[in-house]
Ligand binder design. Structure first.
Ligand code: PLP
Length: 406
């Protein structure tokens, strides 16, 4: 369809590596498939089905012998534009869009494992990912081993026997623990494991796990990729063989499909993602430094601060500290709630990676599903808040936090 090499690629083919363009250029160009009308902006193909010019064409389409869309659960032109654009930005061979971040996380691991298989994961992770790994997969006889993500010895011990998959989230939500992706990938590959990284907190802009040795990257596109609080979506990125041999045989039949409308929103969101994430990241750095200077605050965890225990690894594998800050207060739950209620610009919300700055109390909201022991292990206490820094002007955010601290 497109004469430009970075445009839309046929569905079943291994794409030519076109990664010589900068990710920012891919963000506005990759995957673009213009119709005969020559529209500038990407078209929204809001349809579930497709027709064929003959019975033979239908036959060949189902046999994957011609490049023809078959059914919305398998592929759709607008969803393909999103997938190809994100793959080009990430430097991945293939991408599969999904209806949510959780369906992406579940499918990325579930397509690899069977009864008796072993999965190793870092313990500090988004609470629904924790439930999938520790409650849902074990029901089917999958063995889960959790390690402290920032302890190389625990990883080495856990990865000293055959393992099918490794799952890790770095930075982790909400305490921003850092896992050394290169170190874990090297250990994992020696025992045959596929390394899946939940790259939600860093976003595709600040961290590129595939270039650090990981095999698969997954996103909640609900976060920075949309970044404007509109759609729920997810994505899984990896090699041609992972996507076609492992993932597609699973997702095509279990149906965690992305809606074409949401894919269209995301195609346009990708065009501004790096500008948004850079601004959020710069705002967060300024706010983290300010918070660290305040006596009301016991501890600020932010990968862009020298006080972060894994600052050196964060510097090596991320190009910024990210948009999320974890704040531990001096004081109890009611002091923390009073601070939240006094904010005038920053909203109370459990979402993150949004253009609007949002604050949440993980112990009573996002992570309440976890037992007190697991919360304590992760370091989540009643006095911890998670601040997702948005696109407002940093001076207004600083003023808002300062007045609320009073
Ligand atoms: C939000 C989130 C998810 C889940 O994504 P949904 O789009 O809400 O399903 C997974 N991992 C992390 C780190 C998240 O922040």
């Amino acid at each position: 369809m497109s004469k430009r090499p970075w445009g839309y690629q046929p569905l079943q083919q291994r794409p030519d590596p076109q990664w010589s363009l900068h990710p920012d250029t891919h963000a506005v160009r990759a995957g673009l498939a213009r119709s005969g009308f020559g529209e500038t902006s990407e078209a929204l193909y809001l349809n579930s089905g497709f027709t064929y010019s003959s019975a033979e064409e239908a036959f060949d389409s189902f046999a994957d012998e011609v490049d023809h869309f078959v059914y919305g659960r398998f592929a759709n032109p607008t969803i393909a534009m999103f997938e190809q654009r994100l793959a080009a930005i990430e430097g991945a061979e293939f991408c599969v869009g999904t209806g949510s971040g959780m369906s992406a996380m579940f499918a990325s691991i579930a397509c690899l494992v069977k009864t008796g298989d072993r999965v190793v994961a870092s313990a500090a992770m988004f609470s629904s990912c924790y439930v999938v790994l520790t409650e849902i997969l074990p029901k089917w006889g999958v063995q889960i081993v959790l390690v402290k993500g920032n302890d190389p010895q625990e990883w080495a011990r856990a990865l000293s026997e055959p393992t099918v998959a490794v799952f890790l989230e770095t930075p982790s939500n909400p305490l921003l623990e850092i896992v050394d992706i290169r170190m874990v990938s090297d250990l994992a590959h020696k025992v045959g494991a596929t390394v899946v990284v939940d790259n939600v907190m860093a976003s595709p802009v600040l961290q590129r796990p595939l270039s650090l040795g990981a095999d698969v990257v997954m996103y909640s596109a609900t976060k920075h990729i949309d970044g404007q609080g509109r759609v729920l979506a997810g994505a899984i990125l990896g090699s041609f063989s992972y996507i076609h041999e492992k993932l597609n045989p699973f997702v095509r039949h279990t149906g965690p499909s992305l809606s074409p409308f949401n894919a269209w929103v995301l195609v346009k969101s990708l065009e501004t993602m790096s500008m948004r994430v850079e601004r959020m990241n710069n705002n967060a750095q300024v706010i983290a430094e300010f918070l660290e200077s305040r006596s009301e605050i016991k501890r600020v965890r932010y990968p862009g601060l020298k006080s972060h225990p894994d600052y050196a690894i964060a510097q090596r594998q991320m190009s910024g500290g990210g948009s999320t800050i974890s704040i531990e207060f001096q004081g109890n739950r009611s002091d923390v709630f009073r601070f939240m209620n006094a904010l005038r610009v920053i909203d109370i919300s459990n979402n993150l990676g949004d253009s609007k700055s949002l604050i949440t109390h993980p112990a009573s909201t996002t992570h309440r599903r976890l037992t007190m022991e697991v919360q304590a292990e992760m370091g989540i206490t009643e006095s911890v808040l998670r601040l997702s820094v948005g696109l407002e002007h940093s001076s207004d955010l600083l003023a808002d936090i300062e007045q609320a601290l009073k």
